[in-house]
Ligand binder design. Structure first.
Ligand code: SAH
Ligand code: SF4
Length: 346
C-alpha cells in the first residue's frame, strides 16, 4: 500500500479536488489551507472549525508530517539552532534557524545528501541519498514557523542553502517556494527567499526565464577552471565562462543582482591573484560577492583564511567597484555553518 499523501505536497486546488472527491463543499479546502498556513496547526484534530467526520478522514487518509525531529542543538551563543529530522524512508536532513540582527533566518534543505561532490562540503562528502518532495521542503519552514509563532516571532528570511543542490531538485524547490508564497496562505514574499546554486547552467537559464523575484546566489569559489574543477567537480560540465554567461543573461532578464559565494581557503583561493581574476570576471555585472572563511568539515584538509587575507581579498574587489561582504561564521560549534550539514541513516 502506498503511504498517505503529505498535505504540504498539495496546492490549494489539489486540496479542493481532494475534498470534492470526499463530497465536501469547496470552502472546506480553504479552511484546511488557512489552518495550516495561517494558524500553523499541525494536526487535523486541532482544526476545530471542521466537522468531526472530515477531521477523522484527514487523520486516516492524509499525512500531516514526514519530518520527525530527532535532535535539536543550540550554539553556545544561542543564536543558531539546528534540527535533525528523520524522513519516512530513514534518510535524514537538517534545517537551521539563525536569529541575529533582528532577523530570523531559516536555512532549509532540498535533498538528503548531494550529488555535486564539492570537496570542502560535508553534504557533498556524504553523497546523494534522495530528493525531498516539495511538501518536505515546505514542512521545514512550517516547523520553525510554528515554533517562532509560539514565541510571538516569525520567520523573516529563508535561504535555500542547507543540504543539497536546489537546482538538481528544481521542480520541488520552486513548488515549495510557490506554496509558501501563496497570498491566501503563508504569504512569504518571494524577495525574502534566496536560492543558492553550485552553477547548473541550464537551470539558471530556466530560472531567469521564469523571472522569479527570488534572490539568486551562485557558488563560485574560484576564478579559473583548473582550480574550480578541483574543488567543484560540476565545473567540468559547466565551466566558468558558461556560468558567467548565464549569470549575465539572468541579470539582463531580471535586472536583479546576483550574489556570488566564495569560501576563503588559506593559500588556495584567498590570494590577491584570485581576487584580481575574480574582479576581471565580474566586471560590469550587477552583483555582490559574499566571502566566508571556510568552515571545517571532516574530509577536507584545507584551512580557513586569515582575517587579514579576507580583508585584503575584499579590498581588491572593492578597488574594482565590486561590492563584497565578509560573512561571519556562525553555528560552527554545532556544525550548523555553511557546508557543515551532514547526516547518516537514522
Ligand atoms: N548546493 C548549493 C546550496 C547549499 S551549500 C550550493 O552549493 O550553492 C551553501 C553554501 O555553502 C554554498 O555557497 C557552498 O559552496 C558553501 N559551502 C560549502 N561548504 C562550505 C564550507 N566548508 N565552508 C564554507 N562554505 C561552504
Ligand atoms: Fe552540494 Fe552545495 Fe555542498 Fe556542493 S556545496 S556538495 S552543491 S550542497
Amino acid at each position: 500500500m502506498s503511504s498517505p499523501a503529505l498535505i504540504y505536497d498539495l496546492d490549494l486546488p489539489e486540496i479542493q479536488s481532494l475534498v470534492a472527491s470526499w463530497g465536501e463543499p469547496a470552502y472546506r479546502a480553504q479552511q484546511i489551507w488557512h489552518a495550516i498556513y495561517r494558524d500553523y496547526w499541525d494536526r487535523p484534530e486541532a482544526f476545530t472549525n471542521l466537522p468531526h467526520r472530515l477531521r477523522s478522514r484527514l487523520e486516516d487518509e492524509i499525512s500531516f508530517s514526514h519530518l520527525n525531529p530527532l535532535a535539536v542543538q543550540q550554539s553556545t551563543d544561542r543564536q543558531t539552532r539546528k534540527t535533525l529530522f528523520r524522513l519516512p524512508e530513514g534518510q535524514a536532513i537538517e534545517a537551521v534557524l539563525m536569529t541575529y540582527s533582528r532577523r530570523n533566518t531559516l536555512c532549509i534543505s532540498t535533498q538528503a545528501g548531494c550529488a555535486m561532490g564539492c570537496v570542502f562540503c560535508a553534504t557533498g562528502q556524504m553523497g546523494f541519498r534522495s530528493h525531498l518532495s516539495s511538501g518536505e521542503i515546505v514542512e521545514q519552514v512550517l516547523y520553525y514557523a510554528r515554533l517562532l509563532h509560539g514565541e510571538g516571532k516569525a520567520v523573516t528570511n529563508i535561504v535555500v542553502m542547507g543540504m543539497g543542490e536546489p537546482f538538481h531538485n528544481y521542480n520541488a524547490t520552486m513548488a515549495a517556494i510557490d506554496r509558501l508564497n501563496h497570498a491566501d496562505g503563508y504569504n512569504f514574499g518571494a524577495r525574502r527567499f534566496t536560492v543558492s546554486t553550485v552553477g547548473l547552467v541550464p537551470l539558471i537559464k530556466r530560472f531567469a526565464n521564469e523571472r522569479r523575484q527570488v534572490n539568486l546566489a551562485v557558488s563560485l569559489h574560484a576564478a579559473d577552471d583548473n582550480l574550480r574543477s578541483s574543488m567543484l567537480p560540476v565545473n567540468r560540465k559547466y565551466p566558468i565562462a558558461d556560468l558567467l554567461q548565464v549569470c549575465r543573461y539572468y541579470v539582463d532578464k531580471t535586472h536583479r543582482r546576483i550574489t556570488f559565494e566564495w569560501a576563503l581557503i588559506r593559500d588556495v583561493n584567498d590570494t590577491p591573484e584570485q581576487a584580481s581574476r575574480l574582479a576581471a570576471l565580474l566586471g560590469g555585472l550587477l552583483c555582490h560577492v559574499n566571502v566566508i572563511p571556510l568552515n571545517p568539515t571532516r574530509l577536507y584538509p584545507g584551512q580557513a583564511t586569515t582575517h587579514e587575507r579576507a580583508l585584503q581579498f575584499k579590498s581588491i574587489l572593492e578597488s574594482h567597484a565590486i561590492p563584497c561582504t565578509i560573512r561571519l561564521r556562525r553555528g560552527i560549534d554545532i556544525q550548523a555553518g555553511c557546508g557543515q550539514l551532514a547526516t547518516g541513516m537514522v
